[in-house]
Ligand binder design. Sequence first.
Ligand code: GLU
Length: 495
Amino acid sequence: MDAVRVRFAPSPTGYLHIGGARTALYDWLLARKTGGQFILRIEDTDRSRLVADAVQDIKDSLRWLGLDWDEGPDVGGDAGPYFQSERLAVYHQYATQLVQTGKAYYCFCTPERLAEMRKKQEQAGEPSGYDRFCRELPAEEVEKKLAAGEQYVIRFKTPLTGQTKVHDELRGEMLFDHQTLDDFVVLKSDGFPTYHLASVVDDHLMGITHVIRGEEWIVSLPRHFLLYAAFGWEPPAFIHLPIFLAPDGKGKLSKRHGATGVSEFKAKGYLPEALVNFLLLLGWHPATDQEIFTLDEAVAAFSVERINTSPVNFSLDKLDWFNGIYIRKLSHEELAKRVLPFLQKDGLLPDPCPPERFAYLVRLMPLVQERIKLLSDISQAVGYFLREEIDPPAPELLLGKKGTVAETALLLTEAATVLEKVTDFNEENLEQTLRALAEKLQIKPGQLFMPVRVAVTGQTATPGLFELLAALGRERVLKRLKQAVAVLERAGAES
Ligand code: GLU
């Protein structure tokens, strides 16, 4: 067998979608598994729908996911150019060849005539589609019109009867009646090819052996097979991936279900490892019940035969679960690196981050690693460590359910007094000191710990009290305890 060559061929009409990312992942896995090549080709032939920074987003997102390409933008390759807009002469040549061999024809119908035709078809309840008005124009007339510079498109001469047999690696053979297909355009009046012509020509010229793409392209398959036959080329193997169902199971996943762009998931604080693992299992299933896959493990396990054909449920809960798993797998240093941009964005750390502040961030990681689901949860989780001061907590929060103002103020004052005397401000000493204080005051430890926790963090749900006190350091702990006492005294004076 020839070396496998697969391509990911996004149209830069939007940012890299999660569905596109799955296609690229499966392309990449097949290439890496077989020692083949993964090609990135930008299908920018629909000029009216181009989005300015889409190509950048697609490249950045693929790199972020770890899906490097062997040929394509930025890396080059022998089969380029890899932007279809730079290959117009090639499409022109092949469209003309189709005309010369009687497989396609010039069509001079104006947009007005086509609109009129459509209206009539609609009124008569006839199926829509081009009525083949120009299909049998005499050669001299065509010459005259071309010489006169009339606008034209080139249309494929679809056989009027019979069927085309197509093949999908997962679904097997499918038959399409030619009567259901019209004479589709291959070259548009602006000189750009349609998707059909460009993708067939490029897949052939670029030596693509496997085309992996979404199921929505199955309807295009008969046109592609007709084109391959017309050129006398062997079609590649086609593999169509199942659609994503929305989390509620009702219909296809779309924008209204929340984030669908890879960069949106990145901004929300998902790890690329989690997204890749999630997408791996969203349309493919392993032979074992293994759920957690590194990219290397995925390469080893991947096979086209185990791709699913039935629609798959896009469950954000599952993605969150993967994200938690991968966050907990990171070393403290690596986790700190990953959360740093989020903290910088929220103004909690400067950019660049001085080494001693980064070291402090690393020290905080074991306290929060189990607690964050998304990297973007980090500011809430460590904000009170990174800020010199916190907003004074509300009195109600300090009091909890049972405490009174006077009692709580007293507890916090006592706590400050004993903590001031702890020489080595470590977890063990802090625990001993505060437990001894609770005993002395004849209260349950929790009655003391909760107001102290709220006083120093402003929150009720935090990592373990003693580790967080140690990480905060004596100075900030004392300052915040005093601030809380002042809050309570003010509240007492006002009531
Ligand atoms: N440019 C098409 C897209 O945006 C590619 C379809 C295909 O892979 O053939 O999805």
